[in-house]
Design a protein around this ligand. Structure first.
Ligand code: FMN
Length: 176
């Protein structure tokens, strides 16, 4: 299975958590990791190239720090530009059918805070519904998300291992 990890961090070089998560993933075979903000520092997304890369991969992971209960803006632009009518959805827009998509995000808040009655009110699954719906509209399979809640530098090593395993072996539980 060919995996593409699209990392959308406005400043990956200064990142602690997202960098830590990538450390184990970089050792995995058949895993193409990309830094979206570095590739498109001018914010001009090459749609044809993105389409080609999507066709070449089976599982696509969107990795990003959770910003204002959502994703950083360049990733939103990527969705807007790349998932085009007639290619990703609509008549003959079946290029993403059968592909798997996953979100991997890091938070400042703790898991305890992301629940009804908690400091952040809702779960991450609830916050990422717009992306889940986008993938569903494009006939992709939306896998459960990987969430790295606020964790210490020590815990991050284990999180990186958990992440590498999750990205490779996660499976949909739909219709099982
Ligand atoms: C603009 C901005 C918005 C943020 N919004 C949230 C948020 O809504 N929820 C949250 O848990 N953390 C939020 N954070 C904290 C980041 O998610 C956290 O710093 C990041 O996941 C750490 O990863 P990094 O070390 O790779 O940068 C925000 C941080 C910034 C800079």
């Amino acid at each position: 299975m060919k995996i593409m990890v699209i990392v959308a961090h406005p400043n990956l070089n200064d990142s602690e958590k997202n960098q830590a998560l990538l450390s184990e993933l970089r050792k995995q075979p058949d895993t193409h990791i990309r830094d979206l903000y570095q590739e498109y520092s001018n914010w001009s997304i090459n749609v044809e190239r993105e389409h080609q890369l999507l066709i070449e991969h089976d599982r696509i992971v969107f990795q990003f720090p959770f910003y204002w209960y959502s994703c950083p803006p360049l990733l939103k632009k990527w969705f807007d530009d790349v998932l085009t009518f007639g290619w990703a959805f609509g008549p003959e827009g079946e290029n993403l059918k059968g592909k798997e998509f996953m979100i991997a995000t890091t938070t400042g808040g703790s898991e305890n805070e992301y629940r009804a009655g908690g400091r952040n009110w809702f779960t991450i699954s609830e916050y990422i519904r717009p992306i889940q719906s986008t993938i569903a509209r494009c006939n992709g399979t939306f896998l459960p998300a990987f969430v790295c809640y606020n964790s210490s530098a020590d815990a991050l090593k284990d999180e990186a291992k958990r992440y590498a395993e999750f990205v490779r072996n996660s499976q949909t539980t739909l219709a099982q």
